[in-house]
Every structure is written in structure tokens, then in C-alpha cells.
Design a protein around this ligand. Structure first.
Ligand SMILES: O=C(O)CCC(=O)C(=O)O
Ligand SMILES: [Fe+2]
Length: 297
């Protein structure tokens, strides 16, 4: 990995270190206790918790924040929302709306999928940066990818199609007409990572990727550390993100995560002692593409 990438990931690791976050939370909770009706304190708590990956606590804090903002002022979070929609943070950015479902597949399908991916090891290739930059660049990304997989492909695509209205709503997006669904299996083994990037830079009105989703799978318990997904608070219009403000989501097996494709995100480096392909951080990675909105809208 390039030293610049390593330095950036070192900063991100410090910012999300659970020990430091806990220390900050202790201090903040003292303030919240003294002034428990202060909405901004609850938002600060939610922001600290999500940066440290304490997602249940972050949700609780967001619910308190929303309760204090009063009924109609904010959109309610559905039970799948880790973060709410339309919450501003620093410098004009917004918190990335994220939904998450744990326990997505039953045990038989989970095992079937892992066995299938491991049996097809030879079909995995080094991933390119993205479809607009079709070159392999180990400074930006180190990911193994298998595009033409078959096992449970339709199951995932159908699930997304059947639940797209709910997902779109939970993510605070306008309903759109689905174009195609991109889908692939990825694996991040020892040293694997993906630097901060966005999956789509064009406006919502244009055609292209609208929702990015990931289904994580691996041995249970996982034989790797790291590999967290970070989703950054972003200013979509200015195409900027806040390096110090993000939600950290562990790539826990059997977890489905989705967010709007415009938000910046990264995969922190994976560490494996076994160095085995089969012990990697696997994911089904999907992008729901939308058709362009009708002119005049
Ligand atoms: O594997 C992940 O958690 C994210 C992958 C990603 O950013 C992508 O496929 O565009
Ligand atoms: Fe991405």
C-alpha cells in the first residue's frame, strides 16, 4: 500500500478507536446528564457512537435527538435505519443514511454461499478501481472479485427488486425506476482494502448507480480483523466528504448494508493470520442502477 493510503487509514483508525470514543462518551454523558433535554448533545453522542461502530447506541441517541426535534421536523427512522436521513453535520455535509439487516440468510444458505465462493477461488481476479477507471491500481484498492457467479444470484437480485420501494424510502431517496442491477462477489484477504471513493458522482436526475449494497459473509466467527466499512458524511453537491465524520460498520457475517451510492465510503485494511483465501472478508456487492428521471421533473 502507498504511504499516503497507509497514513490516511492510520488517521481513520485513530478517529474510530473504541477506547478513545469511550473516553469522549464518558465526558459527553456527564454533560448530557446535566442537560438531558439538549438536542445537540444527543446528536454529538450519536456521532461519536457511530464513528466507534457502536451502532445500537448510535440509533438510541438518534431516536432521542429526533424525539426532541419534535414530530414533523424530522423523518422517523425505520427499524432498519442505522442513521436517519437529512441530518446535517459539519461544513454543509449530511450524515449518510444507512440501512442494515442482520441475520439475512439462514445457516444452510450462508454455508452454501461460502462453500461456493471458496470452490471458485480460481475465478476471482484483482478488481479495477471502478467502471470509469478500468485499470488495476493497488494504491487505491486491493480487492478480489468474481463477476459471473451464479449461486444465489437471483435470490439477491429478486430480494432487492421486491424491497426496493422500502429501501429507497428508508434511505430518503425519491422512488425511481430500476435499470439494471450490478452484482458480484468480492473477497478482501490479508492487506486488502479500498480507499475512500464514491460509486457515483452524477446527480440523482441522471442515470446510474443509486443504491450500493453489501452482504457480508465469512467463517463464523470470522478469521480476520479490520475490514470495516466506513461511510462518510458527504456534501453531494460539492462532491466533498468529511474525513473525521463517518459511520463504522463491521463486516459481520450475514449482515446486509445499503446506502445511497453518492456517499463516500472505504474499506479499512483486512488483517489475517492464516492468509487463507477461505478465511477472507467475503461480500456480495451490489449496485442498483436507476434510469434517468423524466425531463421537466
Ligand atoms: O466491501 C465493501 O464493504 C465496500 C465495497 C465497495 O465500496 C464497492 O464495491 O464499491
Ligand atoms: Fe464503493
Amino acid at each position: 500500500m502507498h504511504s499516503k493510503a497507509a497514513a490516511e487509514f492510520a488517521i481513520l483508525q485513530q478517529l474510530s478507536d473504541p477506547k478513545f470514543i469511550r473516553a469522549f462518551l464518558t465526558e459527553l454523558d456527564e454533560k448530557i446528564r446535566l442537560t438531558s433535554e439538549n438536542q445537540e448533545h444527543w446528536l454529538a453522542r450519536a456521532n461519536l457512537c457511530r464513528r466507534g461502530g457502536f451502532l445500537k447506541e448510535a440509533r438510541e441517541a438518534f431516536l432521542n435527538y429526533q424525539r426532541m426535534a419534535g414530530g414533523s421536523a424530522v423523518r422517523r427512522m425505520s427499524q432498519n435505519n442505522v442513521t436517519p436521513v437529512e441530518v446535517p453535520t459539519a461544513n454543509g455535509a449530511k450524515i449518510a443514511p444507512i440501512i442494515m439487516i442482520d441475520g439475512f440468510l439462514d445457516a444452510k444458505d450462508q454455508k452454501g454461499l461460502l462453500d461456493y465462493a471458496v470452490a471458485n477461488k480460481e475465478a476471482f481476479r484483482d478488481a479495477n478501481i471502478n467502471s470509469k477507471q478500468p485499470q488495476y491500481d493497488p494504491d487505491k484498492r486491493k480487492t478480489l472479485v468474481f463477476h459471473k457467479f451464479e449461486f444465489m444470484r437471483d435470490h439477491f437480485i429478486n430480494h432487492i427488486s421486491e424491497n426496493i420501494a422500502q429501501m429507497t424510502g428508508d434511505l430518503g431517496l425519491e422512488q425511481f425506476q430500476v435499470d439494471i442491477q450490478e452484482i458480484k462477489i468480492t473477497n478482501h484477504v490479508e492487506g486488502g482494502f479500498f480507499r475512500v471513493h464514491t460509486d457515483n458522482r452524477s446527480e440523482f436526475a441522471a442515470a446510474g448507480r443509486a443504491i450500493t449494497w453489501l452482504y457480508y459473509f465469512s467463517n463464523v466467527p470470522s478469521n480476520f480483523t479490520g475490514g470495516d466499512l466506513l461511510v462518510f458524511d458527504s456534501d453531494i453537491e460539492k462532491d466533498e466528504y468529511q474525513l473525521q465524520s463517518f459511520t463504522k460498520i463491521a463486516a459481520k457475517p450475514n449482515r446486509l448494508v445499503a446506502f445511497p451510492s453518492w456517499y463516500y465510503h472505504a474499506v479499512v485494511p483486512v488483517r489475517q493470520t492464516s492468509k487463507k483465501f477461505a478465511d477472507g472478508r467475503f461480500a456480495i456487492a451490489g449496485h442498483v442502477r436507476k434510469v434517468a428521471c423524466k425531463p421537466g421533473r
